[in-house]
Design a protein around this ligand. Structure first.
Ligand code: SF4
Ligand code: SF4
Length: 186
């Protein structure tokens, strides 16, 4: 390769690098005058779409009875094998029962190390017991902490910003009290 060809190639490379750098910087600079989207959460509320699929909550009916009747349909529908349930019989009269029916979930766990938030469990549930909430605060230190139990999932309902307990639900909500999420639903 002649000296002249080498000089020409070097100049071409320098021009290419300068052009691509200028292109990249033009994108960066074009965003500087626009409105900032950063929010100091949790001190400031963040806006979340209603359709957002966050951590689940287990629901109770207006009498405070657990909606889950331990039918296992959600676990069967789950493609990630993330739901573990142990059911039990509760033959007592309605007023004394844990759930709406004579069966209830003695153990109900979701492993968020496995869950892919597909929503199949929500679609499969015949009693609307399992729902996607809007919680996205999932940071934990160990994999074991990603497994959430029934009490936690029941309490998640009261964290939703637009949920208030009925008079019959109030004792339950007080027992399961967790701070409301600082979010605005859109
Ligand atoms: S959202 Fe999907 S992956 Fe997660 S528990 Fe439900 S069915 Fe399983
Ligand atoms: S959450 Fe729904 S689908 Fe799952 S076991 Fe309970 S009642 Fe059945």
């Amino acid at each position: 390769m002649s000296l002249l060809t080498s000089i020409v190639n070097t100049v071409k490379e320098v021009v290419d690098v300068a052009r691509t750098t200028a292109q990249g910087m033009s994108v960066t600079l074009s965003h500087i005058p626009t409105k900032k989207e950063t929010v100091s959460y949790p001190e400031e509320a963040v806006t979340i779409y209603r359709r957002f699929r966050g951590e689940h909550f287990l629901d109770v009916n207006e009498d405070g009875k657990e909606r889950c009747v331990s039918c296992f349909l959600c676990a069967a529908a789950c493609p990630a094998d993330a739901i573990y349930i142990e059911g039990a019989e509760d033959p007592r009269p309605y007023a004394e029962r844990i759930s709406m029916d004579h069966r209830y979930a003695k153990i109900y766990q979701i492993d968020y190390g496995r869950c892919i938030l597909c929503g199949f469990c929500v679609d499969a549930c015949p009693t609307d017991a399992i729902n996607h909430g809007h919680n996205f605060e999932w940071a934990v230190y160990t994999p074991g902490e990603m497994v959430k139990d029934k009490e936690y999932l029941l309490g998640n309902k009261w964290r939703e910003p637009d949920v208030e307990p009925t008079p019959a639900q109030r004792p339950l909500a007080a027992k399961q009290k967790m701070d409301k999420l600082n979010i605005v639903l859109k």
